[in-house]
Every structure is written in C-alpha cells, then in structure tokens.
Design a binder for this molecule. Structure first.
Ligand SMILES: Nc1ncnc2c1ncn2[C@@H]1O[C@H](COP(=O)(O)OP(=O)(O)OP(=O)(O)O)[C@@H](O)[C@H]1O
Ligand SMILES: [Mg+2]
Length: 305
C-alpha cells in the first residue's frame, strides 16, 4: 500500500529584498505520512510549515525534490482529487449562510447533484453546525468559522486533509471541539496532516510527528519514541514544614498560602520528604511525577538548533 504522502529531499527558496537575494526556506525535507494516521507537523513560527504545505498542494513549486500522494505524482488529477485543504487564514464570503457557503464550494468540485445535499448535511453535522445552517457567516464565532472551514475542506470527501494551524486563535473549548472533529476524521478512515506550533494539541491527538526548525526536519517518529517516559523529577506541594528542614532533599520554593513547592530529582529522596512531613504533622497537597513532554523536547531542540 502506498503511503498517503511521500516527500523526498524538498528544497524551496524565495528571492527577497530590493536587490534580490536567495533565501533558503526548505533545506531538504523528507517525510512519509501513512494512510489513516494523524500526522503532526510541528515547528516554531517561520520554520517553513506553510511553505511545505503549499509545495505539496502545488501552489508553489520547489526547486528540487519529489512528492507523491497515494503513490501518484502530486500534481496529477488522481492525487489532487483526494486532497482537502484548510488554509492558515481562510477567507470567507461572510454574507453567505453556512449552507450557501458549502453549496458554493461543492460546485467547484465534481460532486453529483444528488449527493450534494447529503454531503452538505453530513459534514455540517460532523462539524456540529447543523443548527446554524441558515446563519450568515458574519454572525459566526471564530470557532464556528474554523469549523465551517473544515466542512469546506471536506465537502468533496477527500481521503487526505491538510489543516494549517486549525486550532490557532481558538479558546480552550474551541480547540477541544476541533480536536474532537479531527479524531472523528481519523475514525472515518481519513489521513490528517496537521500543522501547528501548539504542542499540547499535537501531543494529544497525533500518532506521529515531524519537527521542523529553520527549514530542516530535526526529528520525526512516533510520539512515544520521541518523548521518553522516564520520570525526570517529582513535584511535591506540601505545608507545615520549614523550608530549611528540606535542605538536601530537593529544590524548594515558597508557594502561595505558606505552601512549599519542592522539586525532587532523586526518587529515593521522596520517602525522606514524606517522613519529614509526617513527623511535623504537615500535609502533602500533591505529588506529581513529571515526565518529559513534547514541549520539553521541542524547547531543547530549538535551543540546540
Ligand atoms: N512568498 C514568500 N516570499 C518570501 N519569503 C517567504 C514567502 N513565503 C514565506 N516566506 C518566508 O519563509 C519562511 C517560512 O514561512 P512559513 O510561512 O512556511 O512558516 P511557518 O512555519 O508556516 O510559520 P507560522 O508558524 O508562522 O505559520 C518565513 O521566514 C517567511 O517569511
Ligand atoms: Mg504557517
């Protein structure tokens, strides 16, 4: 079975400045996105995520490299008809209603008339907007606009969807709604390519990730392999003990309300802390083992890069 997307050694530069100078943006990107997975493309602002996406979609042309979509050359019709795309800053004709908007987009692809109504209804339901079908887009909240944008990207029922920062500028609830929809897309058998710099969102839903910094992929793979499960330290919040009694067991800082936040690196010292607290009739408010998160990994890599 061919991969959903296969990219080999992609190079892209732009000419910038008054006296044009070549600026290298992508410096040999290679990655493979398997069918049916949610693939996270992660990197800081300006790393080259959107540029990569525009190359894959055939909106701009790389100087070098090869791209295949489901085994077909990426510019072929067979590849293109299987792809849906939600851009970073989608533009909406905001005097249209949700239904008119999706009708408009469905005309742009070769959807049969009979199927059109069924599809519009199905995707409005999938993104949770069936009740806003006759509402004008200018009355939509940001989260609703992002959801109708998703419905637009799905209207021709693509097997592969590219989403560029679909969670940006949404509040936590809006982010959760979009994340849930993305997971539903995977359950329907679709492949999702998700660009983001929001680490927690990627961490929550992606099967595999690639991390791009300054036009280069610095790491890619399954999240479990990128993030070590090793406990780095344990964070204990306690009270009823003087901080000087905790010297030598860990780093402590005073927290709000007379509590102490203690960072214990050596595991065997945790018991010592518990004994001290017990002997002083103090209290343990919480004890949290901290493992490395994608965020730690990312920050470490960006520093190195
Ligand atoms: N048409 C262009 N002409 C010149 N430079 C460009 C052009 N498009 C992008 N760039 C530059 O390429 C670099 C990568 O941009 P890109 O939009 O791919 O980053 P990104 O990873 O998507 O960032 P963000 O997280 O901010 O969306 C940036 O430095 C940007 O200024
Ligand atoms: Mg971008």
């Amino acid at each position: 079975m061919a991969a959903a997307v296969k990219i080999e050694d992609l190079h892209k530069s732009f000419k910038v400045g008054f006296i044009p100078k070549t600026k290298k943006i992508l410096r040999g990107i290679s990655m493979t996105i398997e069918e049916g997975e949610i693939f996270g493309y992660l990197g800081p602002n300006g790393a080259g995520k959107t540029t990569t996406l525009k190359c894959i979609l055939g909106l701009i042309f790389p100087e070098k490299g090869n791209i295949e979509i489901f085994g077909y050359p990426y510019l072929s019709l067979r590849a293109k008809e299987r792809v849906g795309y939600l851009p970073e800053n989608p533009y909406f004709y905001d005097y249209l209603t949700a239904s008119e908007f999706l009708h408009f987009y469905s005309q742009l692809s070769l959807i049969k008339k009979k199927e059109k109504e069924e599809k519009i209804h199905r995707f409005l339901r999938l993104v949770g907007l069936e009740e806003s079908v006759n509402l004008q887009l200018r009355k939509f909240s940001r989260g609703m606009l992002q959801r109708i944008g998703l419905a637009q990207a799905l209207i021709h029922d693509p097997s592969l969807v590219f989403l560029d920062e679909p969670l940006g500028s949404l509040d936590p609830l809006g982010r959760k709604e979009i994340r849930d929809i993305i997971v539903r897309l995977k359950e329907e058998g679709k492949t999702v390519f998700l660009c983001s710099h929001i680490l927690q969102d990627i961490e929550m839903i992606c099967d595999r990730v690639a991390i791009i910094v300054n036009g280069e992929i610095i790491n890619q793979g399954q999240l479990q392999d990128l993030i070590s499960e090793k406990i780095h330290f344990t964070e204990i919040i306690l009270s009823g003990v003087e901080s000087k009694e905790l010297e030598g067991v860990g780093e402590s800082v005073s927290a709000l309300g007379g509590k102490i936040l203690l960072k214990v690196i050596e595991e065997e010292k945790i018991e010592t802390v518990l004994r001290i607290v017990q002997s002083r009739n103090g209290r343990i408010h919480s004890l949290i083992p901290r493992t490395e998160t994608l965020e730690d990994l990312f920050v470490g890599m960006v520093k190195q890069g």
